[in-house]
Design a binder for this molecule. Structure first.
Ligand SMILES: [Zn+2]
Length: 263
């Protein structure tokens, strides 16, 4: 059973600017908490003090990593250390505020965005043996999130294995993000097998590109998946393969690799 995860997500830029002194507590089941930043660009998280493990930027479809997975992130209160992998998405749960500033509302995440999120989540879930499920109840306002009985109690939280929002985390947490996050659309992707995830893009052109880039030598779909998941690959090899594959999937083979973007 997989319980070890590489320190870095291959497609992410390893900024590693998170600050904090936590270590994994060994309490509870592995889980993933999803947040929205309520910003248009990548936040500084107060000098990294409140950073998640990774931030996904839908506008550019890029990933930034703030903490290695060998230690906790710092984006929730009190329970960061309890086997929680944390993901921030640059969008708004507060639709009114997002509309005012021309930001992306969480309910408007596209299928492509959810594919990107799904790829990351499945990578984490496979390594930490996290099941594809969520709490099944959703708060669409701060009031709903903080109504009696909505948030998990501490023991419910520790016992839960799966995906959840900041809004589901126990008090003293009081944030309601990720609001109207499209859980069902995401979960539909997480149920897919690895091969299906890639098979739709493995056209003749795709193969040509992957051959040219030295990513694959065989003709089987399995080769890409095996390459992607092989623990024998170095972080650098993973990053190269993943970047090429993701660019092929996105149809952006001719674009230079993007690492850091400004809004
Ligand atoms: Zn949050």
């Amino acid at each position: 059973m997989a319980t070890v995860i590489p320190n870095l997500y291959p497609p992410a830029r390893a900024k590693l600017d998170g600050t904090g002194s936590g270590n994994w507590s060994q309490r509870g089941r592995w889980k993933i908490v999803i947040h929205t930043t309520e910003t248009r660009g990548i936040p500084g998280y107060d000098g990294g003090q409140f950073a998640p493990h990774v931030t996904y930027w839908p506008k550019h479809r890029t990933w930034t990593q703030h903490f290695e997975f060998s230690r906790p992130a710092e984006a929730i209160k009190n329970f960061d250390d309890d086997r929680v992998i944390q993901l921030e998405t640059i969008c708004y749960s507060d639709k009114r505020k997002g509309d005012e500033v021309g930001g992306l509302w969480v309910g408007h995440l596209s299928d492509q965005h959810l594919d990107d999120l799904g790829t990351f989540l499945r990578w984490v879930m496979r390594h930490l043996d996290i099941p594809a499920r969520w709490p099944g109840k959703q708060a669409f306002s701060p009031g709903e999130a903080n109504a009696a009985g909505f948030r998990f109690t501490e023991s419910e939280f520790l016992d839960f294995g799966g995906l959840l929002g900041h809004q589901h985390t126990p008090a003293p947490n009081d944030h309601w993000d990720p609001g109207a996050f499209p859980w069902e659309r995401l979960l539909a992707r997480l149920d897919q097998e690895d091969e299906e995830m890639f098979s739709r893009v493995l056209t003749k052109d795709t193969w040509g590109t992957l051959f040219d880039q030295g990513i694959v030598q065989g003709r089987s779909k399995r080769v890409v998946v095996d390459y992607w998941t092989s623990p024998e690959r170095s972080d650098e090899e993973h990053r190269h393969a993943t970047n090429v594959i993701l660019r092929v999937i996105a149809g952006r083979v001719d674009e230079p690799l993007r690492n850091e973007n400004t809004d």
